[in-house]
Design a protein around this ligand. Structure first.
Ligand code: NDP
Ligand code: 8X3
Length: 255
């Protein structure tokens, strides 16, 4: 069997682009997400462009029980996971703490921090048993800077940075690599989700400048995975050329 990668949040954006790229690079793929139709369409697309084997897991990563059951029920040959890409995540809303919507906070904390931990808790022992593996956490520029109205989302991504360091310490003696990738603005469904389906508001996020594309992050992930055994990339901060800080863009009219 080829190397096996599990990608959380493969139904769109960075996760989907990475699934397609890893399929073209001979990985077998376990793809997860809540939107099952999207997973099935992606599988079809992958089978059209590659010889990759694909297994779909349809669950909500906020449920510890469903996450554990999904991984525990994998056939034995699919439990030999080489790569865990902790990608599933979201921002919900844009507001001050004093005006914050508690349900938005819970969704971000439950997905970006707790979901990431639940799946790592169940997959990492499988890697430890085999003495090899690579965990890649998708963090963000928001894990390095805090911007106005971004309080809780930024805190979840700061947590991802810290957890990446903690995991690297924990995995050290087991020969398992741990990396994070921290992108600036990437044009995905992220902003549509953040603004609760408001496509106009979402469009404004990317107005007047050239953002990163999901493919840029997929290629970065492949680069991180393709380093020799003795090289671990701890973290890559990758920004659009038109973005300096989290809220500093080189926007141009008539872009
Ligand atoms: P998308 O909205 O396009 O993709 C998010 C993915 O996460 C979807 O596949 C979604 O699947 C999955 N997901 C969300 N909630 C859950 C859940 N409860 N259970 C299972 N899966 C879930 O956005 P991106 O591709 O941009 O986001 C991917 C990661 O990149 C996130 O962690 C985000 O924070 C990070 N990031 C994004 C940046 C950007 O500017 N776009 C910049 C920096 C980091 P489904 O809805 O089907 O469950
Ligand atoms: C997503 C990038 O700047 O919108 O993590 O938080 S940002």
């Amino acid at each position: 069997m080829n190397k096996i990668a599990i990608i959380t949040g493969a139904t769109s954006g960075i996760g989907e682009a990475t699934a397609l790229l890893l399929a073209q690079n001979n990985f077998s793929l376990i793809l997860t997400g809540r939107r099952n139709e999207r997973l099935m369409l992606l599988k079809e697309k992958i089978l059209e462009i590659s010889q990759s084997k694909v297994l779909l897991l349809n669950f909500d990563i906020r449920s510890q029980k469903d996450t554990e059951t999904a991984i525990n029920n994998l056939p034995d040959n699919w439990k030999k996971i080489d790569v865990l890409l902790n990608n599933a995540g979201l921002a919900a809303g844009f507001s001050t703490v004093q005006d914050g919507i508690i349900d938005d906070w819970e969704r971000m904390i439950d997905t970006n921090i707790k979901g990431l931990l639940y799946i790592t808790r169940i997959v990492s022992p499988l890697m430890i048993k085999r003495g090899s593996g690579h965990i890649i956490n998708i963090s963000s520029i928001a894990g390095k800077e805090t911007y106005p109205m971004g309080n809780v989302y930024c805190a979840t991504k700061h947590a991802v940075q810290s957890l990446t360091k903690g995991m690297r310490i924990d995995m050290l003696k087991h020969g398992i690599k741990v990396s994070s990738i921290s992108p600036g603005a990437v044009d995905t469904e992220f902003a549509i989700v953040r603004f609760n389906g408001d496509k106009n508001k979402a469009k404004q996020v990317y107005n007047g400048f050239t953002p990163l594309m999901a493919q840029d992050i997929a290629e970065t992930i492949l680069f991180v995975l393709n380093r020799p055994k003795h090289v671990n990339i701890d973290d890559i901060l990758i920004m659009p050329t038109d973005q300096a800080f989290s809220r500093d863009f080189n926007r141009k009219e008539n872009h």
